[in-house]
Design a protein around this ligand. Structure first.
Ligand code: ADP
Ligand code: MG
Length: 338
């Protein structure tokens, strides 16, 4: 098991990792999610003792990486940077790694087969595509048959086939009882792979929960209404005690609203409707709300969906993660029972 306790890394003025504490559970895929610059790669480098923490600790099965005997047998990692000598063949690269880590040479052809590189094993890695390079990196990570594997943004730049392959591989490794820790800046990718989710922003822990729980907390629905008679609609909703929020392009939204009830209410009040539609916030939107304050560079001012209210509060769409952190912010909680 990987265990972080108050792990901190400072580069000059930049607090890259800020008192991060969590555990990576065994036998499942844990997604390590955060926008670019959130501190994912820095955290992973500290796990591997490639970067020295400014504070706190990180251990693998209770020991620091540097204190593990034959570390490749505990943890295999694919970091972002390619670290393969371009003049070396895939086979020789793996053989060198195996020999320097007291791993039987026979394991080389096993992992080449596992990642589908057997046919190009004798080719120099210089000519490898990005996808082949990733496969070779993964072969290196699996060489010691480790209990823990860690991949830093493994699907970046891969074609759909390569992405699918890595996804299935991670699931298979977890189903064999291994600990799989994988980073990404894409919620959509994590939703398809991860069983557990650790979300960070600006080096800080934002959420640590199971994927189903994340989906449950963030799959809020709303009913969108559009009318040429806004005042009449707002009056009718108000009389019925239904809270409404401003939606995009002059529309209105009722969080957790009942489609049929709202349609009937509009009819009974003689309100003409141009739209009455169910809305579902995507997990991507939930993730963007969660990390809105921690994105390093914004494209334009707005980070949320268009329906955020006038005060700039995320409204009900951001509520799930607030609950996850156990620190609700006044004005950002959904109204129950609408
Ligand atoms: P992520 O992998 O989540 O995109 P990183 O861990 O690469 O984030 O970076 C976290 C922060 O630390 C960023 O602000 C980045 O610019 C900074 N950082 C990372 N590595 C270094 C370094 N070697 N020197 C200075 N700053 C760094
Ligand atoms: Mg990174």
């Amino acid at each position: 098991m990987i265990e972080l306790h108050e792990l901190t890394k400072r580069y000059g003025d930049t607090l890259a990792v800020d008192r991060l504490s969590f555990q990576v559970p065994q036998g499942v895929v844990t997604g390590f999610l955060g926008p670019n610059g959130a501190g994912k790669s820095t955290t992973m480098r500290m796990i591997l003792d490639l970067d020295r923490p400014t504070g706190g600790t990180v251990t693998i099965d209770g020991k620091r990486y540097g204190h593990l005997k034959e570390p490749l047998k505990y943890i295999g990692a694919l970091l972002e940077a390619k670290a393969v000598h371009p003049g070396r063949t895939a086979h020789d690269h793996l053989l060198w790694l195996a020999q320097s880590n007291r791993i039987p040479a026979a394991r080389v052809s096993e992992v080449l087969d596992l990642v589908g590189l057997t046919s190009v094993a004798r080719k120099r890695s210089r000519g490898f595509s990005l996808g082949m390079g990733q496969r070779l990196g993964i072969a290196s990570a699996l060489l010691g048959d480790p209990e823990i594997v860690m991949f830093d943004e493994p699907v970046n730049g891969l074609d759909p086939e390569g992405i699918l392959w890595i996804r299935n591989l991670m699931k298979r490794l977890a189903s064999e009882g291994r600990t799989v820790f994988v980073s990404s800046h894409l919620m959509s990718e994590m939703a398809l792979t991860a069983d557990h989710l650790v979300v960070i922003g600006r080096g800080r822990l934002l959420a640590d929960l199971s994927m189903p729980e994340f989906i449950r907390q963030n799959s809020r629905t709303a009913v969108r209404l559009r009318t040429p008679q806004p005042e009449r609609l707002l009056d009718a909703l108000d009389s019925a005690g239904i809270r409404v929020e401003g939606g995009p392009e002059g529309s209105y939204e009722v969080v957790d609203g009942d489609l049929a009830k709202l349609g009937e209410l509009a009819a009974a009040s003689g309100v003409v409707l141009h739209e009455l539609s169910p809305q579902q916030a995507s997990l991507e939107e939930a993730f963007m709300q969660m990390t809105a304050d921690s994105v390093e560079y914004h494209a334009g001012g707005s980070t949320g969906r268009p329906g955020t209210d006038a005060a700039g509060a995320p409204g009900a769409w951001g509520a799930g993660w607030q609950a996850a952190k156990g620190a609700p912010t006044p004005g950002t909680q959904p109204k129950e029972g609408d």
